[in-house]
Ligand binder design. Structure first.
Ligand code: FES
Ligand code: FES
Length: 157
């Protein structure tokens, strides 16, 4: 067992965990933050994406004990109180929610994507959005409404 402490959604948390504990299990089972989903467990589907120190990572292949002192944000921490994040609003407005299981990971990836392109002063086209989403698998509709949602949020963020 190793004691690990990190800030999750702005709150300091500490737990004793086996060294092999994955961040996804830490969030879901230790903290009951079940908005982070596990679809594949092999780093392919993206349902488990959260932010670590502001960057999107797959929590199913990140060890919790490697994140001592890290800032972690999950889908539960994205809204500002009752005010949804612009990406959440855009997914709602453009019906990007689709099946729902993948949505938290899609949104966390999308927020990182838009922030990264804005920081680099690069234009985020729909082709680039599709490329950037390669780590998030959607099996339901071919991404159309997800791409529309990200374009909408990108104009507002
Ligand atoms: S559960 Fe992590 S990428 Fe699928
Ligand atoms: S959003 Fe989940 S399969 Fe498409």
């Amino acid at each position: 067992m190793t004691k690990v402490s990190m800030n999750v959604n702005g709150k300091k948390v500490s737990r004793d965990v086996p060294d092999e504990t994955l961040l996804s299990d830490f969030l879901r089972e230790k903290l009951r933050l079940t908005g982070t989903h596990v679809g594949c467990d092999t780093s392919q589907c993206g349902a488990c994406v959260v932010h670590v120190n502001g960057k999107a990572v797959k929590s199913c292949t990140t060890l919790a004990v490697s994140l001592e002192g890290a800032e972690v944000t999950t889908i539960e921490g994205l809204a500002n109180g009752k005010e949804l994040h612009p990406m959440q609003v855009a997914f709602n407005d453009n019906h990007g929610l689709q099946c729902g299981f993948c949505t938290p990971g899609m949104i966390m990836t999308s927020v990182d994507m838009v922030a990264r392109y804005k920081a680099e002063g690069r234009k985020l086209t729909s082709d680039l959005i599709r490329q950037e989403l390669e780590g998030n698998i959607c099996r339901c509709t071919g991404y159309h409404n997800i791409v529309k949602s990200i374009e909408d949020a990108s104009a507002k963020m």
